[in-house]
Design a protein around this ligand. Sequence first.
Ligand SMILES: [Zn+2]
Length: 82
Amino acid sequence: MTISWIAERMPCGCGIRKFAPEETYDIEYCPKHKAAQDLYEAAKVALYWLDNTKKGDTVMADMLRQALAKADGGELLELRLG
Ligand SMILES: [Zn+2]
């Protein structure tokens, strides 16, 4: 019989669930981190729209660019949509 428990919880709410006797683990994401991929894709679309409506030099566009660069590991990647 498998039993599991949250072995460690991060301040955001993400947790590491361990399973015994298999000695495996899984990550249980908090709501914010569960939505991270959707937010990332939405930010790319929003930045694409801002850049292509001649509003790319707004504070919002700069914030999106910085957040996307951070999510991409610190490098600003070229946007590829579609
Ligand atoms: Zn989290």
